[in-house]
Structures are given as C-alpha cells and as structure tokens.
Design a protein around this ligand. Structure first.
Ligand SMILES: Nc1nc2c(ncn2[C@@H]2O[C@H](COP(=O)(O)OP(=O)(O)OP(=O)(O)O)[C@@H](O)[C@H]2O)c(=O)[nH]1
Ligand SMILES: [Mg+2]
Length: 362
C-alpha cells in the first residue's frame, strides 16, 4: 500500500472521496478537514491533512506532560464529481486517487425523493466508473502485449494471460479485488495502482430531515452494499459542518437538540483505518507523546522502522504495555512495579493501542 513515509519518521494514510454530482463530497471534506473546499475541475482536487483525534493520546498527555504532542495524521482528497458518460474527465478526476490507501464512496442520502433504488444506482455508477478506469489501463497494456512478439512473464506466468484475466474480470463489471491471483503477482502489478483493488467503504450523506431512521430504504441499501462487501457509515455531513461553524459553546447546545449521532469525523476515520487494515501504536515520554499508524499484523521490528530505520536495523527488543493496562496502573512506574511491562522480541505482532519503548543497539 502506498502509505506515505514522513521524512521525520512515521506514516500517514490517505483517503479519497468518489461520488456522483452533489452527493456531498465537498461538504464531507469541509467537515472532516475543517477547511474550505475549492471549486473543483477534473484537474484539481481538494487535499487536506488533519490530526487523527485520539483520546488515548489526550489521556497520556495528562500523565506524561510531554514537551510535544503528535497525533497520527490522515489526508483527505476530494475530487470532482463523476458524470455519466464523461469517461475522459472521470478518468482525469480519478487519477488523483491512484495513491490513496482507501476510497470512500459518497452517496446522496439527503435528497427528499431518494430511496434505496436511487442510492444503489449511485453506488453502482461509482463502482462502474472505477472499473472502467482500471479497464482503460488494462486494455491499453493488453494491446501493447498483443503487438509485441516478445513473450513476457510475471513470476513465471505469461504476462498476457494475467492481463487477459484482469480484463475479463473488469468486463464482467467486477472489481479486481474479487480476482484471485497470487500475492507475488499482485506485488509485481503494484505500479498500476488499480483503483478497484483499493479498500473501499461507503458514506451515506444524511439529512436531519429524515430523522434517525434515515431515508426510506436505507436499511435495504445497506444490505445491498454489504453483499458487495462494503461497510456503510452514516454521516450528517451538512448539519455537522454547519454546527462546526458555530462558536464552540453553542455547538453542543444545538447538537443536543437534534438527538442524532453527530460523530461523523470519528466514525469516518475509524472506518477508514478498519477498511485499510491499519492500527495505531503509541510512544510516550517526557519529550513526546505520539500516535503512529501501521498496518495490522506488523511486527514490532517493522513498527520500529516507521519511527526510524536505525531502530529497525539495530533492533534489540521492545518493552510493551497496552494503553488500557497503563491507564489502570495510573503511571509507568506503577506498571513496572506490577511487572506489566513485557519484553517482546522482533516478531511480536503489534496490537492497536500498544505503548512501545524500542531498545536498539545504536
Ligand atoms: N439539505 C442538505 N443539503 C446538502 C447536504 N449535503 C450536501 N448538501 C448540499 O448539496 C450541494 C452539493 O453538496 P457538495 O458537498 O458540494 O456535493 P459534491 O458531491 O461535492 O458536489 P460536486 O462536487 O459538485 O459533484 C450543496 O449545496 C450542499 O450544501 C445535506 O445533507 N442536506
Ligand atoms: Mg464537490
């Protein structure tokens, strides 16, 4: 996955928004980034990097009083709308999403006359556009392979065969994530950055006018999305964005009146991490309390590598305690006294919320 490496260590995830006209992409972008989105064209995208809110970091800051507090970062990319039949511009817009770690398909769930049928139509339209974008790329390559009389292979398999399989899948209107190829083959194809291989989820942009149940047919829509392995997050993007613009003391008062779950930002970020298979670990100290993003199943040595290459190359061991255990003890000294700081070797798979002290020989 193209997780971006910070020059000063650490990685951050990037999520791109896809959607039909006026589904609420820019409204969602403005809510999540707390910035103003620009008027877009296929050549232009809105991009913003923000801190990932993390109560664990806030609590650890109360314990350690560090000089610096660093949250994990997430980047949002809002592109121009996808329009039916406008393949050239749609492809241009979608090109901004090639390096994303996950895609959020934004569906209009606020229009008064929308029901499951219209929402499903929008979802299938977006999926088809992603499929067509990959198909354009695959067909161009297949044409080149057909013209060449020099047979090429990928991990021992004829390249032409592989591209015929990719084409057949996409022509059946299926995402490449449904195609079963060996991991080594996908690795060799990484430079194509296929959109339909990316982790995806759906955001339904709801209006407060429909109340907590949402528009007619929302449950049915969610069921259809689940059949395509897509999780659905319900967000009141416009209402939450409007509330965010109020003075802080008024926000809670007004939000209370709606009796709706207005936690769109947390829900979105949690789903993005979950869908992309990412977790966070934490480092603590008097100098800095920090949250770091890593892939699930990372070993502690690999996790050390996201902090600094030397910590990976000269890794000796890690002292590990879960966030919950540390909080229960109230302090690191107390956790040590109770023998709760474990020494782990390089293969230890890091868990979400682990607090790590890496020991290296350099
Ligand atoms: N009433 C209501 N209006 C909304 C809601 N979400 C978005 N809108 C309005 O719908 C219009 C389009 O919203 P945008 O966020 O610009 O949608 P978009 O998907 O970025 O649109 P394009 O980029 O033009 O395709 C704006 O006028 C929004 O204020 C909502 O939940 N309720
Ligand atoms: Mg927009």
């Amino acid at each position: 996955m193209p997780l971006i490496q910070f020059p000063q260590g650490g990685i951050f995830m990037q999520v791109g928004f896809v959607g039909a006209e006026a589904s609420g992409k820019t409204t969602l972008f403005e809510l999540l980034s707390n910035t103003q989105g620009a008027y877009l064209s296929p050549d232009k995208a809105n991009t913003a990097a923000v801190d990932v809110p993390d109560e664990r970091v806030d609590k650890l800051v109360e314990i350690y009083h560090p000089q610096k507090t660093i949250y994990a970062k997430i980047t949002f990319v809002d592109i121009n709308r996808l329009s039916p039949g406008d393949r050239e511009n749609n492809n241009k817009s979608l090109n901004h999403l090639k390096l994303m770690d996950a895609l959020a398909i934004v569906i209009n769930g606020y229009a008064p006359d929308y029901s499951s049928k219209e929402m499903l139509k929008e979802l299938n339209f977006c999926l088809s556009e992603l499929i067509l974008s990959d198909l354009d790329q695959v067909i161009r390559k297949l044409e080149r392979l057909n013209k060449s009389n020099k047979p090429t292979s990928i991990t021992g398999m004829p390249e032409k065969k592989i591209f015929e399989k990719l084409t057949a899948t996409l022509e059946e209107n299926k995402c490449l994530s449904t195609l079963d190829l060996a991991q080594e083959v996908w690795k060799e194809l990484q430079s194509y950055s296929f959109l339909t291989r990316k982790p995806m989820f759906v955001v339904v942009n709801l209006s407060e006018d429909h109340g907590i149940a949402g528009p007619k047919g929302l449950a049915e829509f969610e069921k259809s999305a689940a059949e395509q392995n897509l999780e659905v997050v319900r967000i009141y993007a416009k209402l939450e964005k409007d509330l965010q613009e109020l003075p802080p003391d008024e926000q809670a008062v007004f939000a209370e009146e709606y009796k709706l779950p207005l936690d769109g930002k947390n829900k979105f970020i949690n789903e993005a991490y979950e869908t992309a298979g990412l977790i966070s670990f934490l480092t603590v100290g008097k100098d800095e309390v920090r949250a770091w993003t890593i892939k699930k199943d990372c070993t502690v040595r690999e996790a050390a590598g996201t902090i600094h290459n030397d910590l990976m190359n000269f890794f000796v061991r890690a002292e590990v305690i879960s966030y919950e255990k540390l909080i229960k003890c109230g302090s690191e000294q107390e956790a040590k006294k109770r023998g709760l700081l474990r020494a782990e070797k390089k293969e230890y798979p890091v868990k979400d919320g682990d607090i790590l002290h890496i020991l290296s020989s350099k």
